[in-house]
Design a protein around this ligand. Sequence first.
Ligand code: ZN
Length: 211
Amino acid sequence: MTIKTPADLLEENVRWADERTSEDADYFKHLSELQTPDFLWIGCSDSRVPANVITGLAPGEVFVHRNVANIVYTADLNCMSVVQFAVESLKVKHIIICGHYGCGGVKAALEDASDGLVEHWLEPVRDLKRVHRSELDQLSDHASRLDRLCELNVKAQVDALCHSPILNRAWEREQDLTVHGWIYGLKNGRLRDLECTRSGPPADARSSGAS
Ligand code: ZN
């Protein structure tokens, strides 16, 4: 990987913008007038998992929220504001929560690392580790335990999001909205569907979720 400076990025940006307008003179005019993405992506901040790049989506096609270990806290105003805007204003049809194998955040939780603020942020992943301890202990090596916890984390975040009042209100008014849990392999560049897709409220959220 070549070392780049901020000046290189600005230069690259001019090249990129010129290329877009040479292909389509109205490219930025159209983009600036309308934002209608079908997808909200909630992923990890890891620099190796950029939503647009790995899915081949262009600017304007995916609304993105990323944080360490792709965690959905319903008390996290930042994440929930993104979800609310995506669901209620942009009316995205799909929310993809995407984790990745070898996640540093999940690894810190697995190893009980004490890293100050991150330590607090990762509390739900540590809880998950405790809940699934017997399954994780049966795996023969540390890398397998980490990968399994990365998968369990995605599924838990899908579950947390599906219990949020924002989603339950959307489903109550029969909005077309599906939540997917995916995981990305850093070693092969492939996305995998963890088959925890939901297109309606969980059974235990129907009566209480839409307050
Ligand atoms: Zn990560």
